[in-house]
Design a protein around this ligand. Structure first.
Ligand code: RB5
Length: 148
């Protein structure tokens, strides 16, 4: 199950991603927002991020105007590694090296076609099973726990 969320700026892109996810048979929970009426992105980031952090959803895809605000908000939730991506290389590397569990994209930055490409890469790429990457991801938890 994939957690989806957006603000008003990201709403059209989230809807396009839902169509794509339907076409490939991937299930999702849509945490809103549900229209282009102006809203505050932290509310929707928090809903999706908590669902990923507590294991209800295996990963998340969030959209706002730039992808930045909604990623900053998601990264405030313990256990979340949200990455803003605009290119295929970053989408792949943030899975391989960072084990990112949320992909964030800017609806005012990239096209729907690019967002679908990045979503496909993000969903299809496993985290690398290498000690140095796992060690660094563990260090992110150490920061959250005040140990670093
Ligand atoms: C909304 O206008 C915009 O600020 C928001 O979607 C996002 O880009 C913030 O980071």
């Amino acid at each position: 199950m994939i957690a989806l969320a957006c603000d008003h700026a990201g709403y059209p892109l989230k809807e396009a991603l839902k169509t794509y996810l339907d076409s490939i048979g991937r299930t999702y929970t849509d945490f809103g927002t549900y229209s282009e009426e102006s809203v505050d992105y932290p509310i929707y980031a928090a809903k999706a991020a908590h669902a990923v952090a507590d294991g209800t959803c295996e990963c998340g895809i969030l959209c706002c105007g730039t992808g930045i605000g909604i990623s900053i908000a998601a990264n405030k939730v313990k256990g979340i590694r949200a990455a803003v991506c605009s290119d295929a290389y970053s989408a792949e590397m943030t899975r391989l090296h960072n084990n990112a569990n949320i992909l964030c994209m800017g609806a005012r930055v990239i096209s729907e076609e690019k967002a679908i490409e990045l979503t496909q890469i993000f969903l299809d790429t496993p985290a690398l099973n290498e000690e140095r990457h796992q060690r660094r991801v563990k260090m992110l938890e150490d920061i959250e726990n005040g140990k670093l």
